[in-house]
Every structure is written in C-alpha cells, then in structure tokens.
Design a protein around this ligand. Structure first.
Ligand SMILES: Nc1ncnc2c1ncn2[C@@H]1O[C@H](COP(=O)(O)OP(=O)(O)OP(=O)(O)O)[C@@H](O)[C@H]1O
Length: 304
C-alpha cells in the first residue's frame, strides 16, 4: 500500500438527511503537511471529528495508519494528537501543571513535559497560570498538549484562528518544523488559502461537503497558468469576430482574456483582429492568483 497515513473511502456524514461531508476520499501522505481548505461551513470540522472518532459517520470508511478505525479505534487514537476548537485548560493551574495531568493520563515519561514546552517555546512561561496567557500562548500550549503523547499524526482545526499577525507567524513556523524534526504528519484545516499556501505540502479543498481538489500544493500552483490580455478598439466586436474563428475570449474590464495561449495562438488571434479592421492597443500577460483559483473552484462547486 502507498504511504497514506489517512485514507477515507466515500466518507459521508449527514445531519437530518442532509450531507455535510459527502463521499470524500481523503489521501494524506506520510510526512506531509496536509492543508484541509474550505470556506466556513464547508464541512472541515465535521470531517476532522469523524477522523478522530468524535462523531460517527453515516457511511463510508476511514483507515488511519493502514488500520480500520472501527476495528482498532483505541490503538489508532493513541497515536494521534489533536487540537479541535478551543483547547480546554485549568486556568488556575500553570502550563506545566496542565501538561502534568496529561502526562500522567497518557503515562509518558515526565521529561516529555519539558520537551513539548520547548518545542512550542513556552519554557519561560511554564510556571505561570494559564489564565494569564495570551490566545497565541494558549494555542501553543494546545499544540504542546497534542504532542505530549508522541503522536505520528497531528490534527489541528484552524489553529491560527483569532491569533494576531505575530502569533500567526509563530504558529506557522512551529507547524512547518514538525514533520522534519519529529517525523509527524500534520493535518491543518483553514478557510484561508494564504495560510495553507505558506505551510502545506498537500492540499485538499472541500466545498459544500465535497472534496473538489486534492493534490500537492505544486499542482494547485500549476493551475495558476498565464493568461493573455488583449485590449482592442472594440472589444465586443473583437470577441464576436474571434468566436467565429473558434477563439473563446472573455471580456474583463478593458481587456479580452485568453487562458493558456501559445505564442502561435497569440499571433493568430492578433492577425485575425487586424484582418478584421480591429485595432490592437495592448497585449499583455498575467498570472491568476491562487486565491482566484480557490474562489473559482469553490464557486464551480456551488453552482453544480
Ligand atoms: N451537530 C450538528 N447538527 C447539525 N448540523 C451541523 C452539526 N455540526 C455541523 N453542522 C452543520 O454542518 C455544516 C458544516 O459544519 P462544519 O463545522 O463541519 O464546517 P467547517 O468547514 O468546519 O466550517 P467552520 O470553518 O465555519 O467551522 C454547517 O452548515 C453546520 O451548520
């Protein structure tokens, strides 16, 4: 079998007959940072809760570490660390004391407390009560708690939500360092493509419960192909003339745009315009942003 840490088959969750997670086939490679991306309400948290056994699927199956979660739930969950929704702590206890509770429950060596405090850079604040922590510090403590059991898989649901810009940068750097330094596979959900773009090696895009894209971040970036922009003396008649010749341009502000156009095609388009007495004012090139690809992918899904 390929090295997928998580593999789902037609995973579906319905609430009152309405699918919120609809037949998704997640494939999360070992050692990756898998960005699970989707607009608010797309079904990310629900899918994550299914992976963590916090909710029961309506149909479909989940394999984690090559094992069926229905049959080996306890063994699987032992090797997963997670941060879903706001982490809960005892505010009057210090960071160290909170981690001590977990260390005892999970029965891991005491040294692990200082190790995880150091990974999330909270050593200096280890003896302060958690109620005095900033949101960013609380999130980092949440990651320390998720890491204390030496997980092979870390699942983080919107870990940068509510953080200020410096908190976001710290969290990003921390997450990026985890697979290489500790061999852990990370799943991180977000509704912000820019977040995922800066951290993930793999991307799954969910929209209205369906997985509409899943591949490496490079493949997503490859979708941001160059486009040709042409401005003419009359864009409406230019579009009509070109359409008759089989060129489908789209009018956008003062330009006509063409996707993925070769040099020969550009030359032929311009020749057609000139032969039809349409003046060409400008020819340019632009790259579509990832953001516009994401919006288009999720929009396509919504119009289905
Ligand atoms: N227990 C539930 N009962 C009924 N509907 C639910 C339940 N939990 C979630 N939903 C609905 O399922 C949809 C998906 O919710 P979910 O929280 O999974 O989305 P999300 O992608 O994580 O979005 P967000 O980023 O806003 O948390 C929403 O429309 C939500 O209202």
């Amino acid at each position: 079998m390929g090295e997928f840490v998580v593999e789902t088959t037609n995973l579906t969750k319905k609430f009152k007959g309405t699918p919120v997670v609809n037949q998704i086939n997640l494939q999360i490679p070992k050692g990756s940072i898998y960005g699970f991306l989707g607009p608010n309400g797309a079904g990310k948290t629900t899918a994550i809760k299914l992976l963590l056994g916090l909710m029961k699927e309506t149909s479909g199956s989940i394999r984690i570490f090559g094992k069926d979660i229905k049959r080996e739930k306890i063994a699987i969950l032992r090797k997963i660390g997670s941060l879903v929704e706001s982490p809960s702590y005892y505010g009057n206890l210090t960071a160290k004391e909170n981690l001590q509770l977990l260390q005892r429950i999970l029965d891991v060596p005491k040294e692990r407390i200082n190790e995880v405090l150091s990974i999330v850079r909270l050593e200096k604040d280890a003896n302060r009560p958690v109620k005095s922590f900033s949101l960013g510090m609380k999130q980092r403590l949440g990651i320390a708690a998720a890491l204390i059991g030496n997980p092979d898989l870390l699942i983080l649901d919107e870990p940068t939500n509510g953080l200020d810009p410096s908190g976001i940068i710290e969290m990003r750097e921390l997450i990026k360092s985890l697979p290489e330094r500790y061999g852990v596979t990370v799943v991180i959900s977000s509704h912000l493509l820019s977040e995922i773009d800066q951290m993930a090696t793999e991307v799954g895009i969910i929209s209205k419960g369906s997985l509409i894209f899943q591949d490496s971040i490079e493949m997503l970036r490859k979708k941001s192909v160059n486009r040709i922009l042409i401005q003419t003396s009359n864009n409406v008649s230019a579009c009509n003339t070109l359409l008759k010749e089989g060129w489908k341009g789209e009018r956008e502000a003062e330009f006509i745009t063409f996707p993925e156009t070769t040099n020969k095609e550009v030359a032929a388009i311009i020749r057609t315009l000139i032969e039809n007495n349409i003046d060409v004012y400008r020819v340019g090139e632009t790259k579509r942003s990832l953001e516009s690809i994401f919006l288009e992918l999720t929009k396509e899904e919504q119009s289905l």
